[in-house]
Unconditional design. Structure first.
Length: 551
Protein backbone atom coordinates (compact mmCIF):
# COMPACT_ATOMS: atom_id res chain seq x y z
CA UNK A 1 0.00 0.00 0.00
CA UNK A 2 1.33 3.41 -0.90
CA UNK A 3 0.58 6.12 1.63
CA UNK A 4 -2.42 7.40 3.50
CA UNK A 5 -5.96 6.39 2.57
CA UNK A 6 -9.43 7.49 3.71
CA UNK A 7 -12.03 4.71 3.96
CA UNK A 8 -15.80 5.22 3.92
CA UNK A 9 -17.46 2.28 5.67
CA UNK A 10 -21.07 1.68 4.70
CA UNK A 11 -23.62 -1.06 5.38
CA UNK A 12 -25.64 -1.22 2.12
CA UNK A 13 -28.57 -2.99 3.81
CA UNK A 14 -29.11 0.19 5.84
CA UNK A 15 -27.53 3.04 3.89
CA UNK A 16 -29.82 2.56 0.88
CA UNK A 17 -33.00 1.96 2.87
CA UNK A 18 -35.64 4.68 2.30
CA UNK A 19 -38.47 3.30 4.48
CA UNK A 20 -39.84 6.05 6.74
CA UNK A 21 -41.79 4.02 9.32
CA UNK A 22 -39.87 0.86 10.20
CA UNK A 23 -41.18 -1.60 12.77
CA UNK A 24 -38.59 -3.01 15.20
CA UNK A 25 -37.68 -6.62 14.55
CA UNK A 26 -39.38 -6.99 11.18
CA UNK A 27 -38.37 -8.45 7.83
CA UNK A 28 -37.07 -6.50 4.88
CA UNK A 29 -40.44 -6.56 3.07
CA UNK A 30 -41.77 -4.35 5.90
CA UNK A 31 -38.64 -2.50 7.02
CA UNK A 32 -36.96 -2.26 3.65
CA UNK A 33 -33.39 -2.87 2.57
CA UNK A 34 -30.76 -1.10 0.56
CA UNK A 35 -29.45 -2.55 -2.70
CA UNK A 36 -26.24 -2.58 -4.72
CA UNK A 37 -28.05 -0.40 -7.23
CA UNK A 38 -28.48 2.38 -4.64
CA UNK A 39 -24.81 3.21 -5.15
CA UNK A 40 -25.21 5.16 -8.35
CA UNK A 41 -22.44 7.14 -10.02
CA UNK A 42 -23.68 10.33 -8.36
CA UNK A 43 -23.81 8.73 -4.91
CA UNK A 44 -20.28 7.37 -5.30
CA UNK A 45 -19.05 10.79 -6.46
CA UNK A 46 -20.47 12.26 -3.25
CA UNK A 47 -18.40 9.80 -1.23
CA UNK A 48 -15.32 10.69 -3.24
CA UNK A 49 -15.92 14.43 -2.89
CA UNK A 50 -16.16 13.94 0.86
CA UNK A 51 -12.46 13.10 0.65
CA UNK A 52 -12.54 9.30 0.61
CA UNK A 53 -10.30 7.04 -1.46
CA UNK A 54 -11.88 3.66 -0.61
CA UNK A 55 -15.35 2.32 0.19
CA UNK A 56 -15.66 -0.57 2.61
CA UNK A 57 -18.93 -2.31 1.80
CA UNK A 58 -19.89 -4.15 5.00
CA UNK A 59 -22.24 -7.13 4.92
CA UNK A 60 -21.65 -8.14 1.31
CA UNK A 61 -20.91 -11.85 1.68
CA UNK A 62 -23.91 -14.15 2.00
CA UNK A 63 -24.67 -14.68 5.67
CA UNK A 64 -27.24 -16.59 7.71
CA UNK A 65 -30.56 -14.76 7.83
CA UNK A 66 -34.17 -15.29 8.87
CA UNK A 67 -35.44 -13.40 5.83
CA UNK A 68 -36.91 -15.12 2.77
CA UNK A 69 -34.63 -13.08 0.48
CA UNK A 70 -35.68 -12.72 -3.15
CA UNK A 71 -36.49 -16.21 -4.29
CA UNK A 72 -38.62 -19.09 -3.06
CA UNK A 73 -35.44 -21.13 -3.34
CA UNK A 74 -33.97 -19.12 -0.48
CA UNK A 75 -34.94 -20.95 2.68
CA UNK A 76 -34.67 -18.86 5.88
CA UNK A 77 -32.09 -20.17 8.30
CA UNK A 78 -33.08 -21.63 11.69
CA UNK A 79 -33.87 -18.71 14.03
CA UNK A 80 -32.04 -20.19 17.04
CA UNK A 81 -28.71 -19.77 15.23
CA UNK A 82 -29.33 -16.36 13.64
CA UNK A 83 -29.01 -13.08 15.52
CA UNK A 84 -31.78 -10.77 14.34
CA UNK A 85 -34.11 -11.07 11.37
CA UNK A 86 -31.45 -9.85 8.95
CA UNK A 87 -28.63 -11.76 10.62
CA UNK A 88 -25.04 -10.85 11.35
CA UNK A 89 -22.79 -10.10 8.35
CA UNK A 90 -20.10 -11.97 10.28
CA UNK A 91 -21.93 -15.30 10.25
CA UNK A 92 -20.90 -16.02 6.65
CA UNK A 93 -22.90 -18.73 4.89
CA UNK A 94 -21.01 -18.77 1.58
CA UNK A 95 -17.62 -17.09 1.06
CA UNK A 96 -18.17 -17.06 -2.72
CA UNK A 97 -21.66 -15.54 -2.74
CA UNK A 98 -23.26 -12.22 -1.81
CA UNK A 99 -26.26 -11.38 0.38
CA UNK A 100 -29.29 -12.17 -1.80
CA UNK A 101 -31.43 -9.30 -0.54
CA UNK A 102 -28.90 -6.71 -1.79
CA UNK A 103 -29.64 -7.62 -5.43
CA UNK A 104 -32.47 -6.50 -7.67
CA UNK A 105 -32.29 -9.77 -9.61
CA UNK A 106 -31.64 -12.82 -7.45
CA UNK A 107 -30.03 -14.80 -10.27
CA UNK A 108 -27.63 -11.94 -11.09
CA UNK A 109 -26.67 -11.02 -7.55
CA UNK A 110 -22.91 -11.59 -7.96
CA UNK A 111 -22.95 -9.83 -11.33
CA UNK A 112 -24.75 -6.85 -9.75
CA UNK A 113 -22.00 -6.58 -7.17
CA UNK A 114 -19.36 -6.78 -9.91
CA UNK A 115 -21.13 -3.90 -11.64
CA UNK A 116 -20.96 -1.90 -8.40
CA UNK A 117 -17.21 -2.56 -8.24
CA UNK A 118 -16.86 -1.21 -11.78
CA UNK A 119 -18.91 1.91 -10.90
CA UNK A 120 -16.61 2.54 -7.94
CA UNK A 121 -13.51 2.19 -10.09
CA UNK A 122 -14.95 4.46 -12.78
CA UNK A 123 -15.57 7.05 -10.07
CA UNK A 124 -12.00 6.76 -8.80
CA UNK A 125 -12.87 4.84 -5.61
CA UNK A 126 -11.33 1.54 -4.55
CA UNK A 127 -13.38 -1.24 -2.97
CA UNK A 128 -12.85 -3.07 0.32
CA UNK A 129 -14.94 -5.97 1.63
CA UNK A 130 -14.81 -8.08 4.76
CA UNK A 131 -12.83 -11.27 4.98
CA UNK A 132 -14.08 -13.27 7.97
CA UNK A 133 -11.51 -16.05 8.45
CA UNK A 134 -11.99 -17.05 12.09
CA UNK A 135 -15.53 -18.43 11.93
CA UNK A 136 -18.50 -19.16 9.68
CA UNK A 137 -22.24 -19.61 10.12
CA UNK A 138 -23.33 -22.90 11.62
CA UNK A 139 -25.18 -23.55 8.34
CA UNK A 140 -22.24 -22.77 6.05
CA UNK A 141 -22.53 -24.43 2.64
CA UNK A 142 -21.35 -22.89 -0.60
CA UNK A 143 -23.34 -23.13 -3.81
CA UNK A 144 -21.04 -20.66 -5.61
CA UNK A 145 -17.69 -22.38 -5.00
CA UNK A 146 -16.07 -22.62 -8.47
CA UNK A 147 -14.72 -26.03 -7.52
CA UNK A 148 -10.97 -25.38 -7.51
CA UNK A 149 -10.83 -26.43 -3.85
CA UNK A 150 -13.21 -28.56 -1.74
CA UNK A 151 -15.90 -26.76 0.22
CA UNK A 152 -15.23 -25.90 3.84
CA UNK A 153 -16.30 -28.77 6.07
CA UNK A 154 -16.06 -31.48 3.41
CA UNK A 155 -14.42 -34.84 4.23
CA UNK A 156 -14.26 -34.17 7.98
CA UNK A 157 -13.44 -36.76 10.62
CA UNK A 158 -15.94 -35.56 13.22
CA UNK A 159 -14.96 -38.28 15.71
CA UNK A 160 -11.81 -36.30 16.56
CA UNK A 161 -11.94 -33.12 18.69
CA UNK A 162 -8.97 -31.86 16.69
CA UNK A 163 -7.23 -32.86 13.50
CA UNK A 164 -5.12 -30.54 11.33
CA UNK A 165 -6.94 -32.07 8.35
CA UNK A 166 -10.34 -30.90 9.65
CA UNK A 167 -11.78 -27.43 9.04
CA UNK A 168 -13.73 -27.44 12.32
CA UNK A 169 -13.24 -28.41 15.96
CA UNK A 170 -15.62 -31.10 17.25
CA UNK A 171 -17.16 -32.09 20.57
CA UNK A 172 -17.75 -35.82 19.90
CA UNK A 173 -20.84 -37.41 21.37
CA UNK A 174 -22.52 -34.07 22.13
CA UNK A 175 -25.45 -32.29 20.49
CA UNK A 176 -25.18 -28.55 19.98
CA UNK A 177 -27.70 -26.58 22.04
CA UNK A 178 -28.57 -22.99 21.15
CA UNK A 179 -28.81 -20.64 24.15
CA UNK A 180 -31.80 -18.84 22.62
CA UNK A 181 -34.68 -20.27 24.67
CA UNK A 182 -37.30 -17.88 23.25
CA UNK A 183 -38.05 -20.01 20.18
CA UNK A 184 -38.68 -23.62 19.24
CA UNK A 185 -35.47 -25.39 18.33
CA UNK A 186 -35.43 -27.01 14.91
CA UNK A 187 -31.70 -26.92 14.17
CA UNK A 188 -29.72 -30.14 14.66
CA UNK A 189 -25.94 -30.28 14.94
CA UNK A 190 -24.25 -33.53 15.85
CA UNK A 191 -21.57 -33.77 16.86
CA UNK A 192 -21.44 -30.22 18.16
CA UNK A 193 -18.70 -27.94 16.88
CA UNK A 194 -16.73 -25.31 18.77
CA UNK A 195 -18.21 -21.80 18.71
CA UNK A 196 -16.46 -18.89 16.96
CA UNK A 197 -15.11 -17.08 20.02
CA UNK A 198 -13.03 -20.13 21.07
CA UNK A 199 -15.88 -21.61 23.09
CA UNK A 200 -15.22 -25.35 23.19
CA UNK A 201 -18.53 -26.55 24.60
CA UNK A 202 -21.77 -27.86 23.09
CA UNK A 203 -23.91 -25.31 24.94
CA UNK A 204 -22.54 -21.77 24.43
CA UNK A 205 -24.16 -18.85 26.23
CA UNK A 206 -26.04 -15.89 24.83
CA UNK A 207 -22.86 -13.86 25.30
CA UNK A 208 -20.91 -16.22 23.02
CA UNK A 209 -20.87 -16.08 19.23
CA UNK A 210 -23.27 -19.00 19.27
CA UNK A 211 -24.42 -18.47 15.67
CA UNK A 212 -20.93 -19.29 14.38
CA UNK A 213 -18.42 -22.15 14.37
CA UNK A 214 -14.69 -21.77 14.88
CA UNK A 215 -12.41 -22.57 11.94
CA UNK A 216 -9.33 -24.76 12.40
CA UNK A 217 -5.99 -23.44 11.12
CA UNK A 218 -3.98 -26.22 12.72
CA UNK A 219 -3.88 -24.92 16.30
CA UNK A 220 -4.83 -27.50 18.94
CA UNK A 221 -6.37 -25.26 21.59
CA UNK A 222 -7.14 -28.20 23.90
CA UNK A 223 -3.45 -29.12 24.03
CA UNK A 224 -1.70 -25.89 25.00
CA UNK A 225 -2.27 -24.36 21.57
CA UNK A 226 0.22 -26.65 19.85
CA UNK A 227 0.70 -25.79 16.17
CA UNK A 228 0.39 -28.27 13.32
CA UNK A 229 1.41 -26.29 10.23
CA UNK A 230 3.53 -28.86 8.40
CA UNK A 231 2.00 -30.00 6.17
CA UNK A 232 -0.12 -26.92 5.59
CA UNK A 233 -3.70 -27.53 6.83
CA UNK A 234 -6.24 -27.80 3.98
CA UNK A 235 -8.12 -24.73 5.25
CA UNK A 236 -5.17 -22.48 4.39
CA UNK A 237 -5.40 -23.14 0.66
CA UNK A 238 -9.18 -22.87 0.76
CA UNK A 239 -8.81 -19.35 2.12
CA UNK A 240 -6.22 -18.49 -0.53
CA UNK A 241 -8.77 -19.52 -3.15
CA UNK A 242 -11.48 -17.33 -1.60
CA UNK A 243 -9.26 -14.23 -1.57
CA UNK A 244 -8.12 -14.97 -5.14
CA UNK A 245 -11.76 -15.29 -6.23
CA UNK A 246 -12.75 -11.83 -4.99
CA UNK A 247 -9.48 -10.17 -5.99
CA UNK A 248 -10.09 -11.44 -9.50
CA UNK A 249 -13.43 -9.64 -9.48
CA UNK A 250 -11.73 -6.31 -8.80
CA UNK A 251 -11.75 -6.07 -5.01
CA UNK A 252 -8.91 -3.77 -3.90
CA UNK A 253 -8.64 -4.69 -0.23
CA UNK A 254 -9.88 -6.79 2.65
CA UNK A 255 -10.77 -5.78 6.18
CA UNK A 256 -9.86 -8.97 8.02
CA UNK A 257 -12.26 -9.65 10.86
CA UNK A 258 -10.70 -10.61 14.22
CA UNK A 259 -7.34 -11.14 12.53
CA UNK A 260 -5.54 -11.84 15.79
CA UNK A 261 -7.68 -14.95 16.38
CA UNK A 262 -6.05 -16.54 13.33
CA UNK A 263 -2.34 -17.51 13.51
CA UNK A 264 0.15 -15.05 11.97
CA UNK A 265 1.83 -17.93 10.12
CA UNK A 266 -1.33 -18.37 8.10
CA UNK A 267 -1.54 -14.66 7.27
CA UNK A 268 2.02 -14.61 5.96
CA UNK A 269 1.31 -17.72 3.88
CA UNK A 270 -1.85 -16.23 2.38
CA UNK A 271 -0.63 -12.68 1.80
CA UNK A 272 2.68 -13.80 0.26
CA UNK A 273 0.82 -15.99 -2.26
CA UNK A 274 -1.89 -13.44 -3.05
CA UNK A 275 0.53 -10.56 -3.60
CA UNK A 276 2.30 -12.42 -6.39
CA UNK A 277 -0.74 -11.82 -8.62
CA UNK A 278 -2.35 -8.88 -6.79
CA UNK A 279 0.55 -6.80 -5.40
CA UNK A 280 -1.55 -3.68 -4.67
CA UNK A 281 -4.15 -5.35 -2.43
CA UNK A 282 -4.70 -3.69 0.95
CA UNK A 283 -4.99 -5.95 4.00
CA UNK A 284 -6.44 -4.39 7.17
CA UNK A 285 -6.30 -6.25 10.47
CA UNK A 286 -8.98 -5.88 13.11
CA UNK A 287 -6.64 -6.28 16.07
CA UNK A 288 -6.82 -5.16 19.68
CA UNK A 289 -3.62 -6.41 21.32
CA UNK A 290 -0.75 -3.90 20.90
CA UNK A 291 1.76 -6.61 21.82
CA UNK A 292 0.85 -8.33 18.54
CA UNK A 293 1.01 -5.27 16.27
CA UNK A 294 4.49 -5.89 14.88
CA UNK A 295 3.86 -9.63 14.55
CA UNK A 296 0.89 -9.02 12.27
CA UNK A 297 2.65 -6.27 10.33
CA UNK A 298 5.47 -8.74 9.68
CA UNK A 299 2.82 -11.16 8.42
CA UNK A 300 1.98 -8.75 5.61
CA UNK A 301 -0.78 -6.46 6.88
CA UNK A 302 -0.83 -2.87 5.64
CA UNK A 303 -3.01 -1.34 8.35
CA UNK A 304 -3.98 -2.19 11.93
CA UNK A 305 -6.94 -0.95 13.96
CA UNK A 306 -5.87 1.69 16.50
CA UNK A 307 -8.70 0.93 18.90
CA UNK A 308 -7.16 0.40 22.34
CA UNK A 309 -4.79 3.33 21.82
CA UNK A 310 -5.97 6.46 20.06
CA UNK A 311 -9.68 5.60 19.80
CA UNK A 312 -10.08 4.81 23.50
CA UNK A 313 -8.05 7.89 24.44
CA UNK A 314 -10.08 10.23 22.25
CA UNK A 315 -13.38 8.85 23.53
CA UNK A 316 -12.21 9.49 27.08
CA UNK A 317 -11.44 13.09 26.16
CA UNK A 318 -14.75 13.56 24.32
CA UNK A 319 -16.64 12.23 27.35
CA UNK A 320 -14.74 14.64 29.63
CA UNK A 321 -13.16 11.77 31.53
CA UNK A 322 -9.53 12.49 30.61
CA UNK A 323 -7.19 15.21 29.38
CA UNK A 324 -5.92 15.78 25.82
CA UNK A 325 -2.43 15.17 27.18
CA UNK A 326 -3.15 11.44 26.78
CA UNK A 327 -2.85 11.82 22.99
CA UNK A 328 0.87 12.37 23.41
CA UNK A 329 1.23 9.10 25.33
CA UNK A 330 -0.64 7.21 22.57
CA UNK A 331 1.63 8.66 19.94
CA UNK A 332 4.75 7.75 21.85
CA UNK A 333 3.55 4.22 22.62
CA UNK A 334 3.03 3.36 18.93
CA UNK A 335 6.49 4.51 17.95
CA UNK A 336 7.81 3.66 14.50
CA UNK A 337 4.66 1.85 13.30
CA UNK A 338 2.47 4.96 13.47
CA UNK A 339 2.01 5.09 9.69
CA UNK A 340 0.47 1.61 9.70
CA UNK A 341 -2.41 2.41 12.03
CA UNK A 342 -6.02 2.94 10.94
CA UNK A 343 -7.69 5.63 13.02
CA UNK A 344 -11.44 5.98 13.48
CA UNK A 345 -14.07 7.65 15.66
CA UNK A 346 -16.86 5.23 14.76
CA UNK A 347 -17.33 1.86 13.12
CA UNK A 348 -20.00 -0.85 13.22
CA UNK A 349 -18.76 -2.22 16.56
CA UNK A 350 -18.58 1.09 18.41
CA UNK A 351 -21.20 3.49 19.71
CA UNK A 352 -21.97 6.57 17.68
CA UNK A 353 -20.07 9.59 18.98
CA UNK A 354 -23.29 11.66 18.88
CA UNK A 355 -25.20 9.09 20.94
CA UNK A 356 -26.28 9.65 24.53
CA UNK A 357 -23.68 7.05 25.52
CA UNK A 358 -20.68 9.05 24.27
CA UNK A 359 -20.93 12.80 23.60
CA UNK A 360 -24.65 13.55 23.11
CA UNK A 361 -23.64 15.93 20.32
CA UNK A 362 -22.36 15.24 16.79
CA UNK A 363 -20.09 18.31 16.86
CA UNK A 364 -18.02 16.72 19.61
CA UNK A 365 -16.74 14.17 17.10
CA UNK A 366 -15.00 16.86 15.07
CA UNK A 367 -11.98 17.57 17.33
CA UNK A 368 -11.35 13.83 17.66
CA UNK A 369 -11.57 13.53 13.87
CA UNK A 370 -9.13 16.42 13.45
CA UNK A 371 -6.56 14.64 15.62
CA UNK A 372 -7.18 11.30 13.88
CA UNK A 373 -6.73 12.74 10.39
CA UNK A 374 -4.10 15.45 10.85
CA UNK A 375 -1.77 14.43 13.70
CA UNK A 376 0.30 11.98 11.65
CA UNK A 377 0.35 9.97 8.43
CA UNK A 378 -2.07 7.28 9.66
CA UNK A 379 -5.05 6.36 7.51
CA UNK A 380 -8.61 7.11 8.62
CA UNK A 381 -11.99 5.35 8.58
CA UNK A 382 -15.28 7.28 8.43
CA UNK A 383 -18.46 5.35 9.29
CA UNK A 384 -21.51 6.20 7.18
CA UNK A 385 -23.78 8.77 8.80
CA UNK A 386 -21.03 10.06 11.09
CA UNK A 387 -20.60 13.09 8.84
CA UNK A 388 -24.36 13.73 9.21
CA UNK A 389 -24.50 13.46 13.00
CA UNK A 390 -26.14 10.02 13.17
CA UNK A 391 -26.88 9.21 16.83
CA UNK A 392 -27.68 5.49 16.70
CA UNK A 393 -30.44 5.95 19.25
CA UNK A 394 -32.91 3.40 17.91
CA UNK A 395 -34.03 0.04 19.21
CA UNK A 396 -34.13 -1.79 15.88
CA UNK A 397 -35.11 -5.27 17.01
CA UNK A 398 -32.35 -7.66 17.95
CA UNK A 399 -30.27 -4.60 18.79
CA UNK A 400 -31.50 -2.64 21.75
CA UNK A 401 -31.14 1.10 22.22
CA UNK A 402 -27.36 1.04 22.69
CA UNK A 403 -26.01 3.95 20.65
CA UNK A 404 -24.96 1.68 17.78
CA UNK A 405 -26.36 1.22 14.30
CA UNK A 406 -27.60 -2.36 14.22
CA UNK A 407 -25.81 -4.87 12.01
CA UNK A 408 -28.48 -7.50 12.82
CA UNK A 409 -31.71 -5.80 11.68
CA UNK A 410 -33.36 -4.31 8.61
CA UNK A 411 -33.57 -0.60 9.35
CA UNK A 412 -33.15 2.83 7.73
CA UNK A 413 -31.04 5.73 9.03
CA UNK A 414 -32.94 8.97 9.45
CA UNK A 415 -29.72 10.97 9.02
CA UNK A 416 -29.04 9.42 5.60
CA UNK A 417 -32.64 9.86 4.44
CA UNK A 418 -32.67 13.49 5.61
CA UNK A 419 -29.48 14.09 3.63
CA UNK A 420 -31.07 12.58 0.51
CA UNK A 421 -33.97 15.02 0.98
CA UNK A 422 -31.55 17.94 1.35
CA UNK A 423 -32.41 18.46 5.02
CA UNK A 424 -29.32 17.98 7.16
CA UNK A 425 -26.64 19.71 9.24
CA UNK A 426 -24.65 21.13 6.35
CA UNK A 427 -22.14 22.88 8.64
CA UNK A 428 -21.21 19.58 10.29
CA UNK A 429 -21.00 17.86 6.90
CA UNK A 430 -18.81 20.61 5.44
CA UNK A 431 -16.42 20.45 8.40
CA UNK A 432 -15.97 16.71 7.94
CA UNK A 433 -15.45 17.30 4.22
CA UNK A 434 -12.86 19.97 4.98
CA UNK A 435 -10.89 17.77 7.38
CA UNK A 436 -10.87 14.70 5.16
CA UNK A 437 -9.89 16.61 2.05
CA UNK A 438 -7.03 18.59 3.53
CA UNK A 439 -5.66 15.47 5.21
CA UNK A 440 -5.03 14.02 1.74
CA UNK A 441 -4.63 17.05 -0.51
CA UNK A 442 -2.22 19.05 1.64
CA UNK A 443 1.19 17.37 1.21
CA UNK A 444 2.19 18.38 4.73
CA UNK A 445 -0.53 16.15 6.22
CA UNK A 446 0.05 13.28 3.83
CA UNK A 447 3.84 13.18 4.03
CA UNK A 448 5.00 15.54 6.77
CA UNK A 449 6.68 14.97 10.13
CA UNK A 450 4.93 15.72 13.44
CA UNK A 451 6.04 17.89 16.36
CA UNK A 452 3.96 17.68 19.55
CA UNK A 453 3.42 21.18 20.96
CA UNK A 454 1.32 20.11 23.94
CA UNK A 455 4.31 19.58 26.22
CA UNK A 456 5.57 23.11 25.47
CA UNK A 457 2.27 24.62 26.63
CA UNK A 458 1.44 22.63 29.76
CA UNK A 459 2.70 25.42 32.04
CA UNK A 460 1.45 28.18 29.72
CA UNK A 461 -1.11 30.17 31.75
CA UNK A 462 -2.62 31.52 28.51
CA UNK A 463 -3.29 28.01 27.15
CA UNK A 464 -5.95 25.60 28.43
CA UNK A 465 -4.22 22.23 28.22
CA UNK A 466 -7.31 20.54 29.66
CA UNK A 467 -9.35 21.50 26.56
CA UNK A 468 -6.79 22.13 23.81
CA UNK A 469 -4.35 19.91 21.97
CA UNK A 470 -1.73 21.37 19.64
CA UNK A 471 0.94 20.11 17.29
CA UNK A 472 2.86 21.08 14.16
CA UNK A 473 3.51 19.36 10.83
CA UNK A 474 6.41 20.05 8.48
CA UNK A 475 7.13 19.04 4.89
CA UNK A 476 9.61 20.69 2.52
CA UNK A 477 8.73 24.42 2.73
CA UNK A 478 5.38 23.93 4.47
CA UNK A 479 4.99 24.46 8.21
CA UNK A 480 1.55 24.06 9.77
CA UNK A 481 0.32 24.74 13.31
CA UNK A 482 -2.80 22.85 14.43
CA UNK A 483 -4.79 23.59 17.59
CA UNK A 484 -7.75 21.35 18.42
CA UNK A 485 -10.50 22.55 20.76
CA UNK A 486 -12.34 19.79 22.67
CA UNK A 487 -14.61 22.24 24.52
CA UNK A 488 -18.06 23.67 23.80
CA UNK A 489 -16.77 27.25 24.00
CA UNK A 490 -14.64 29.33 21.68
CA UNK A 491 -11.24 29.75 23.30
CA UNK A 492 -8.77 32.62 23.14
CA UNK A 493 -5.22 31.53 23.89
CA UNK A 494 -1.54 32.10 23.26
CA UNK A 495 0.28 29.20 21.65
CA UNK A 496 3.91 28.90 22.68
CA UNK A 497 6.20 27.60 19.92
CA UNK A 498 9.60 26.59 21.31
CA UNK A 499 12.91 27.37 19.67
CA UNK A 500 13.63 23.65 19.54
CA UNK A 501 10.99 23.19 16.83
CA UNK A 502 12.89 25.46 14.44
CA UNK A 503 16.21 23.83 15.26
CA UNK A 504 14.72 20.35 14.88
CA UNK A 505 13.47 21.09 11.37
CA UNK A 506 16.32 23.38 10.34
CA UNK A 507 14.07 26.42 9.79
CA UNK A 508 16.31 29.51 9.60
CA UNK A 509 14.41 32.07 7.52
CA UNK A 510 11.86 33.57 9.91
CA UNK A 511 11.14 37.10 8.63
CA UNK A 512 7.81 38.24 7.20
CA UNK A 513 6.24 34.81 6.97
CA UNK A 514 2.69 34.59 5.62
CA UNK A 515 0.18 32.64 7.70
CA UNK A 516 -2.90 31.20 5.96
CA UNK A 517 -5.93 29.98 7.91
CA UNK A 518 -6.89 26.86 5.96
CA UNK A 519 -10.51 26.96 7.12
CA UNK A 520 -11.34 30.64 6.64
CA UNK A 521 -8.72 31.60 4.09
CA UNK A 522 -7.66 34.60 6.21
CA UNK A 523 -4.02 35.65 5.96
CA UNK A 524 -1.57 37.63 8.04
CA UNK A 525 2.19 38.23 8.08
CA UNK A 526 4.42 37.85 11.14
CA UNK A 527 8.00 37.01 12.05
CA UNK A 528 8.92 33.60 13.46
CA UNK A 529 10.81 34.90 16.47
CA UNK A 530 12.57 32.53 18.89
CA UNK A 531 10.16 31.04 21.42
CA UNK A 532 7.23 32.96 19.95
CA UNK A 533 3.66 33.08 21.28
CA UNK A 534 0.82 33.26 18.74
CA UNK A 535 -2.38 34.85 20.04
CA UNK A 536 -5.26 32.92 18.51
CA UNK A 537 -8.92 31.98 18.77
CA UNK A 538 -10.48 28.61 17.97
CA UNK A 539 -14.13 27.64 17.46
CA UNK A 540 -15.96 25.29 19.84
CA UNK A 541 -15.38 21.62 19.03
CA UNK A 542 -13.21 22.40 16.04
CA UNK A 543 -9.68 23.11 14.93
CA UNK A 544 -7.50 26.08 13.99
CA UNK A 545 -5.01 25.38 11.21
CA UNK A 546 -2.38 27.87 10.08
CA UNK A 547 -0.13 27.04 7.15
CA UNK A 548 3.11 28.86 6.41
CA UNK A 549 4.86 28.64 3.05
CA UNK A 550 8.39 29.32 4.22
CA UNK A 551 10.37 31.67 1.97
Amino acid sequence: MSGKIIIYQTLPRISGNRVTKPVPGNSYDINGTGKFSDFTDSNLLEIKSLGCTHVWFTGILEHATQSQCLSSNCVPDPPEIVKGIAGSPYAVKDYYDVAHYLADNHERRVEEFEELILRCHDTGLKVIIDFVPNHVSRVYKSDKNPGLVPDIGENENSTLPFSPKNDFYYIPGKHFKSPDETINHIYEEYPARATGNNCFTENPSLLDWYETVKLNYGVDFLNSGSKHFDPVPPLWDKMVDIISYWSGKGIDGFRCDMAEMVPPEFWKYLIDIIRIKFPELVFIAEIYNPDLYKTYLNSGFDLLYDKVGLYDTLMGIVKGESSPDGITKCWQSIGDIQDYMLNFIENHDEQRVASAFIAKSPEKGLPATAVSTLFNKSSFLLYFGQELGERGMNSEGFSSLDGRTSIFDFWPLESINSYKKGVYNSELYNKYKFLLNISLKEPVFKFGETYDLQFANISNSDYNSGKLFSFARFYKNQLVFIIVNFSDQALNFALHIPEHLFIHWGITNRSNQKYIDLWSGDEFVADLNPNINLTLNVQPNFVKIFKLLLQ
